[in-house]
Write a protein that binds this ligand. Structure first.
Ligand code: IMP
Ligand code: MG
Length: 187
């Protein structure tokens, strides 16, 4: 077993510099679109959103509030089960508020479709979706995404918040794992 995460990567998909440059653009677009809204609330989907959220809010130079929700659709596997469980609810009442969901990645879209309908039932003033990564070829549920960092091919990626069996979230870049890492499972 090695503690060196870099050695488990087949290749780097996005460097830290590429991610940060794209987030600055996304922050500008969001700031522009919400210029007339005074109670913007960003809702991060734990845990994958944490690195993206922390950089994105610093790219939005205006008043924002934050809250977090945790739902899970994947056990330890790399395939979606379609079963979504709520692990942690929001603390803030979102009724009448302008909500922007912040996600790490949209794959099948099933998690987000569930989350979107759950939050819409609480009557927000508006609800938009922001994701760092999207795999359009994998979509099973039709969800409109308002802000996408990068479209990526159908490959399992880790880093910058994204995990395989809870590891690799702390990488500053996004990479594709070597197949033998899945085959062994994570230790
Ligand atoms: P969906 O419901 O299929 O859209 O799955 C969404 C969730 O699956 C994401 O929020 C991630 O937690 C996880 N996920 C999907 N694809 C990947 C990936 O390539 N790497 C790491 N996690 C992923
Ligand atoms: Mg996630």
């Amino acid at each position: 077993m090695t503690m060196d995460q870099d050695q488990d990567m087949a290749r780097v998909l996005f460097t830290s510099e590429q991610i940060q440059a794209r987030i600055r653009e996304m922050g500008q677009a969001i700031s522009r679109d919400y210029a007339d809204v005074d109670d913007l609330l960003l809702v991060g989907v734990l845990k994958g959103c944490v690195l993206f959220m922390s950089d994105l809010i610093r790219a939005i130079p205006r008043k924002v509030a934050l809250d977090f929700i945790a739902i899970s659709s994947y056990g330890q596997s790399t395939q979606t089960s379609g079963v979504v469980r709520m692990l942690k609810d929001l603390e803030i009442d979102i009724s009448g508020r302008h909500i922007l969901i912040v996600e790490d990645i949209i794959d099948s879209g099933l998690t987000l479709a569930y989350l979107r309908s759950l939050l819409l039932r609480r009557n927000p003033a508006s609800l938009k979706i922001c994701t760092l990564l999207s795999k359009p070829s994998r979509r099973e549920a039709d969800v409109l995404v308002d802000y996408t960092g990068f479209d990526i091919p159908n490959e399992f990626v880790v880093g910058y918040g994204l995990d395989f069996a809870e590891h690799y979230r702390n990488l500053s870049y996004i990479g594709v794992l070597k197949p033998e890492v899945y085959e062994q499972g994570a230790d």
